[in-house]
Design a protein around this ligand. Sequence first.
Ligand code: FES
Ligand code: FES
Length: 169
Amino acid sequence: MLKIGLSINGESINLSVPDETTLLSLLRDYLHLTGAKLGCGVGDCGACSVIVGGKLVNSCLMLAIQADGLEVQTIEGLAKAGSLHPIQKAFEERASLQCGFCGPGVIMSTKALLDQNPNPTTQEIRDALSGNLCRCTGYTKMIEAAHEAANFLRDNSNGLLGSKQCQKK
Ligand code: FES
Ligand code: FES
């Protein structure tokens, strides 16, 4: 067993898990944060995407111990006080998802992009989502939602997540 201490969505967590535990298993099986999905389990689909230390990772490929001491952001941490994060809101308004299985990963990939690049081109959004496989959509509405969220976040540079609604552009 390994002792791990990390921050998940701003909350400090300390626990012991078997050595081989992946970060995805830590989130889903030990902490019951089931937003990140187990799709392929081998790094191909992006359904398990979360942000660790500011970088997007496939949590199925990362051992939990590798996140020791780091800040982990998951889809569960985006909505605040009952209000969707602007990225989530834009995806909802654009009906960018169908079955939704890929959604948490796609949204975390979008967040990782916009955290680094607040004004991405369509090609940069395509590149950022290239590791997220979606069986249902053609990605067009996801890209529109990413642009809309980027516009909103730039227009509200303090990143307020509260009662303001995303404005359709
Ligand atoms: S489940 Fe991790 S990349 Fe597919
Ligand atoms: S919405 Fe179904 S896999 Fe993407």
